[in-house]
Ligand binder design. Structure first.
Ligand code: ATP
Length: 361
């Protein structure tokens, strides 16, 4: 086994017949035992990337390396890679254990070893009693588990998952997210999952590659993507954020005064990198939870008018009008200072380090 990354995509391009560009020079390394998600809007190239790794699609140029070996010319079946498809692709004419045993039979495994492996796989996914069940009698979540067992039983070096939970309802989906993560950590298998659901990607992945128009915008762990998005696209795609174009004015005792387009001039604090940015035009990103309700008259507060209120469980999400711009603001329900209602004027302030100034205007 090599010491380097398990999988590497090296300047992979894909142009489809007819000229549509699927991937535009994707380079990416995936470590052993890592759970990496490919996240992005419809048409950004997630599935094409997965299909190229699996061998169902041939890149127009570039290479796919597994364990340091160039596998670009290999057919899907010759790669130590398995895929769980969005629709599970189970064989409806076979029962659960026959579905799971299928890949082992193809590999010529003997009856007793095969039966043992199938039993272990069923226990792993929590279905030890359903070996003889017909696929048609299973629920969506159970089918999902059979598809996982069928892919994992062959002990692939790499498991690819194409929107594996998209057919499940919200509560089962959350449960299966935990199950997927548990399985992955227990087995130590490297997982690459395609999803367009940012909450799912953030809660399940070690790292996330955010894709846009055939390229990778940023690849990082969930907290870095959330706290330090590298572009406006990433900031807007991961969670809700306020993107405010403006200019840094001058240093003040408590931070740097920032002039937002319009008339809001908050003092923002943060790392020393901010101090070097006086006079620079850029966009700052501020998360709704980093804007806090203050008392009117407190220093460094600003006033806005509440235009709408949405119930978000432990907090209220307000849309607050500030001159010509509007801000999303989350107010924890147990920390509401005054009456919150549409049309009311509210005093707001920024948490220390609330602003991410890394985005070009
Ligand atoms: P979705 O979330 O909708 O599945 P995606 O991010 O997986 O989208 P891809 O399916 O990888 O996106 O498609 C990337 C781009 O390549 C899109 O513009 C798509 O139209 C194009 N594309 C994908 N497959 C083909 C094909 N077989 N022929 C022509 N164009 C294709």
């Amino acid at each position: 086994m090599n010491a380097g990354p398990l999988l590497r995509l090296d300047s992979v391009n894909k142009v489809f017949p007819g000229g549509s560009v699927g991937l535009d020079s994707i380079s990416l390394s995936i470590e052993r035992g890592e759970f990496l998600s490919l996240l992005g809007p419809s048409g950004c190239g997630k599935t094409t990337t997965l299909r190229i790794i699996a061998g169902f699609e041939v890149p127009t140029s570039g290479r796919v390396l597994l364990d340091g070996k160039d596998i670009t010319p290999l057919r899907p079946f010759d790669r130590p890679v398995n895929t769980v498809f969005q629709d599970y692709a189970l064989f409806p004419n076979m029962n659960v254990q026959e579905n799971i045993a299928f890949g082992l039979t193809l590999r010529g495994m003997s009856g007793r070893d095969r039966a043992r492996k199938v039993k272990e796989a069923l226990e792993l996914v929590g279905l030890p009693d359903r070996a003889k069940a017909q696929i048609g009698s299973l629920s969506g979540g159970q089918r999902q588990r059979v598809a996982l067992a069928r892919a994992l039983v062959c002990e692939p070096q790499l498991l690819l998952l194409d929107e594996p939970l998209s057919a499940l309802d919200a509560s089962l989906r959350e449960h299966m997210q935990n199950e997927l993560k548990r399985l992955q950590k227990e087995l130590g298998t490297t997982f690459v999952m395609v999803t367009h659901d940012q909450t799912e990607a953030l809660s399940i992945s070690d790292r996330i590659a955010v894709m846009n128009k055939g390229h990778i915008e940023q690849i990082a762990d969930p907290a870095t993507l959330y706290d330090r998005p590298a572009s406006k696209f990433v900031a807007g795609f991961i969670g809700t954020t306020n993107l405010l174009p403006g200019v840094f004015l001058q240093r003040e005792p408590t931070g740097i005064r920032f002039q937002v387009a319009g008339d809001w001039r908050p003092v923002v604090t943060g790392s020393t990198e901010l101090a070097a940015m006086a006079g620079t035009r850029l966009t700052i990103a501020i998360r709704p939870e980093d804007i806090v309700q203050m008392r009117k008259g407190d220093p460094d507060t600003f006033l806005g008018e509440i235009s709408s209120i949405a119930f978000h469980g432990h907090s209220l999400r307000l849309l607050v009008k500030l001159g010509s711009s509007s801000l999303w603001v989350d107010v924890p329900r147990d920390r509401v200072e005054t009456d919150i209602r549409e049309g009311a004027v509210i005093a707001l302030g920024l948490r220390a380090g609330a602003c991410c100034p890394l985005l070009a205007a």
